[in-house]
Design a protein around this ligand. Structure first.
Ligand code: GLA
Length: 729
């Protein structure tokens, strides 16, 4: 039983295969305290003393005069602002009278098999055999507020899912000014904070620095999870490496504004929280109403960052990404091949080239609809441009299918161009603050998807398009932040709900798409990787990782992405050369090797490729067929980071049954007068023997781990090698 209530200790114990998570009810009042999250404990272990209730300031039942000090000191499982709880908090609730205070006391609980869905929100799932859920019912009697803390643990992965429900059981209006998804508290913390940051074309660089006194956060207030920061943070021992050391990560199953914050206090306690960003947020709870937060996923490992990473990959692949098992077509995308300059014949020609190489699908990117010849018009008019595509997508799809190539299309359903039929008919559908001209970005405006009639209007159009032709793939793009947050559907006092309601609207539309067209492979995109998060992965098994498909820059982008998200979730393409993003010239083979682990494709005009590059495509597609399943489903081990060593990038993926593995090595810079680097290969079966198929060398898994692999000495910059290992004997 993964979840137990130990009544004698008043402790809830949640076990995953290698971790335990303990919550304690403290003293007569029933404060809910965070007791422990770490390596799995033996049965019967009593850790209650760690709550430090006998230290000063003692609980109010014993020392009422220092109640404020207690609130400041107690490791609340779900800290709510008020009463003396000054550190970073998960909740802030304002009463009808305007006061702001909240203290939660335990009332009751339930432990159930399985995991209930979160209404309207993406969330992990699991059967009654796979997981158990604890609901801790807490109350603030003065507010008439019930807060349910929900925890799910799985029998097969080291992750804990948390979410919170607020219910107004009073007769007064309550306003949630902050409603984060999870908080965690670590005693005597002396370690690092790890986050992911970046910008367009440079997403998810890994940032690691000592957690200093005070609050440190990453966040988004852009209405999308953003290129700048990812809804994720980890706290790790200073000495934690890829293979050892304690490491605790939190990520959010959400794609809009978020806050991930860690605070180190005067007593070296670290509190970390994650959830919807309180800035600009305000949710009115009328009597009888409830609010569900998005879900947070926590992963702890003693096996360093790598252990945390593999826990995230497993929980996301098995319990969140509904389309994980979908076939990931090899594809060619028209964007960097021809941008807006295509027509039926040129696309068919691209399809012919694709068919000749065995590429499975052609994506018609931006430009097939309305009068869209550049990025200044037509978003919102999802009607095929028959001048460019006579016979429409139906004819194109049919003719491609006859060649053995499937059809995919690009859509940007959340947008409207001021120069569009939709905007001329319904200017009010665009999000704008009354009295202010809305800020343009890429000359486009956001549709107010918080409004059901706007969603219906968009859906009618895209449904008709998707029914009109044999479409097997959709790239759902989103190319601007929310700058003029205001929903005409909401009264003035409810505008603090607009950003979250927008997000719920996006989720509802994507849900309609995946349910109405289950055969379609959906890929999300947001000017590249501006909305790369677990929320989107619930709908689309892959996300275009970055508009920067240049191989060497991509190494860092994919390394950072893979810290949390599985390789299978990254759209990765072989792009044109010199790179359209940074002008770099890289060998075609290396570009293929870098794109190999993701949803693989080409982003270039196949007809313009030099013959020697073109000749490599069949081999690359063969590698994708041969290694794709291993890379998409196996255990990922980061071996070396070019961001740190300035010379080479290497990772390895080991099959779950440990029958084979693949090392993917890319040299960024060749170095004079250097001998072969030696890399330990972890993760293999220690006793079994493995053959390095590149050299023929055979060693035990232990031999590869302890002895290490001598990396081949590559003579040039931007070269690489795949090194397969297979179990023998
Ligand atoms: C965004 C995407 C690109 C491409 C263009 C089309 O920038 O990230 O891949 O689809 O839009 O306008």
């Amino acid at each position: 039983m993964p979840i137990q209530y130990l009544a004698d200790q008043r402790v809830f114990r949640l076990d995953t295969p290698h971790t335990s998570y303990l919550i304690a009810l403290a003293d007569a009042e029933g404060f809910v305290g965070h007791l422990y999250y770490g390596p799995r404990l033996p049965e019967g272990e009593d850790l209650r003393a760690l709550l430090r209730l006998d230290e000063k300031p003692e609980p109010p039942s014993r020392l009422e005069r220092e109640r404020a000090g207690f609130y400041d000191a107690f490791p609340f499982e779900y800290p709510a602002f008020g009463g003396g709880n000054f550190r970073t908090c998960c909740a802030r609730v304002r009463s009808a009278a305007g006061g702001c205070g909240c203290t939660l006391f335990y009332e009751d609980h339930a432990i159930r098999p399985g995991k209930p869905a979160l209404p309207g929100l993406p969330a992990c799932f699991g059967s009654e055999q796979e997981c158990e859920t604890l609901e801790l019912y807490c109350t603030d009697p003065a507010l008439g507020l019930r807060v349910t803390l929900r925890y799910t643990v799985f029998t097969d992965v080291d992750a804990v899912c948390r979410s919170v429900r607020f219910e107004n059981r009073s007769a007064q209006l309550l306003t949630l000014e902050a409603a984060l998804s999870a908080g965690i508290e670590l005693d005597d913390f002396d370690g690092d904070l790890i986050t992911l940051h970046g910008s367009w074309a440079r997403e998810r660089e890994i940032d690691r620095r000592p957690l200093a006194a005070g609050r440190q956060s990453v966040y988004s207030a852009r209405g999308i999870s953003s290129h700048q920061h990812t809804p994720f943070l980890a706290l790790a021992e200073h000495s934690a490496t890829q293979t050892q050391g304690a490491c605790l990560g939190m990520t959010l199953v959400y794609s809009g504004n978020f806050l991930a914050e860690a605070e180190l206090d005067a007593f070296d306690r670290a509190r970390a929280v994650i959830g919807i960003h309180p800035e600009g947020f305000g949710w009115r709870l009328a009597p009888g109403e409830s609010f569900d937060t998005p879900e947070a996923i926590l992963a702890f490992s003693e096996s360093g960052l790598g252990g945390m990473t593999r826990a995230f990959h497993d929980v996301l692949r098995r319990h969140l990404i509904r389309g994980q098992a979908k076939h990931r077509y090899s594809l060619v995308n028209s964007w960097e091949a021809s941008y807006f300059a295509f027509d039926h014949d040129s696309l068919l020609q691209l399809g012919r080239e694709a068919a000749a190489e065995g590429i499975e699908l052609l994506v018609v990117d931006d430009g097939w609809f309305g009068r869209r010849d550049d990025d200044n018009s037509s978003l919102g008019d999802w009607v095929v441009n028959e001048e460019k595509l006579p016979g429409g997508l139906a004819r194109l799809g049919r003719e491609l299918n006859e060649m053995g190539v499937r059809l995919g299309i690009w859509l940007e359903p959340e947008m409207v161009s001021p120069d569009s039929e939709l905007y001329r008919a319904h200017p009010d559908y665009a999000m704008a603050i009354p009295g202010r001209a809305p800020t343009l970005a890429r000359n486009q405006l956001l549709l107010d998807l918080a409004r059901p009639e706007v969603r219906d209007c968009v859906w009618r159009q895209i449904e008709a398009v998707l029914r009109s032709a044999p479409i097997d793939y959709v790239k759902w793009d989103m190319n601007r932040p929310i700058t003029d947050l205001y929903s005409a559907a909401l009264p003035p006092e409810r505008q603090g709900e607009a950003a979250h309601r927008y997000m719920l609207g996006v989720y509802e539309l994507q849900e309609r798409l995946v349910s109405a067209f289950p055969h379609i492979l959906l890929e999300n995109c947001c000017s590249g990787g501006g909305r790369f998060d677990a929320g989107m992965l619930y709908y689309s098994p892959q996300i275009w990782a970055s508009d920067n498909a240049e191989a060497i820059d991509r190494l860092a982008i994919q390394e950072g992405t893979a810290l949390v998200f599985p390789l299978s979730s990254m759209g990765a393409h072989v792009a044109a050369c010199p790179s359209h993003t940074n002008g770099r010239v890289t060998p075609f083979a290396t570009r293929g090797q870098v794109a190999l682990p993701g949803g693989f494709g080409y982003e270039l005009d196949l007809a313009k490729l030099p013959g020697e590059d073109r000749a490599l495509i069949r081999g690359q597609l063969g590698d994708y067929r041969r290694y794709g399943p291993l890379l998409h489903e196996g255990d990922y081990y980061r071996l070396a980071s070019a961001a740190q060593n300035h010379a080479y990038d290497a990772y390895m993926v080991v099959a779950k049954d440990k029958s084979r593995a693949l090392v993917n090595l890319v040299q960024v810079r060749s170095r004079s007068q250097r001998r072969a680097a030696r890399l330990a290969l972890p993760g293999l079966c220690e006793e079994a023997r493995y053959k390095n198929e590149a050299t023929g060398e055979v060693r035990t898994g232990r031999g590869w781990r302890c002895g290490g692999l001598l990396l081949p000495v590559l003579e040039q910059d931007f070269t690489g090698q795949l090194i397969p290992l297979v179990r023998v004997g």
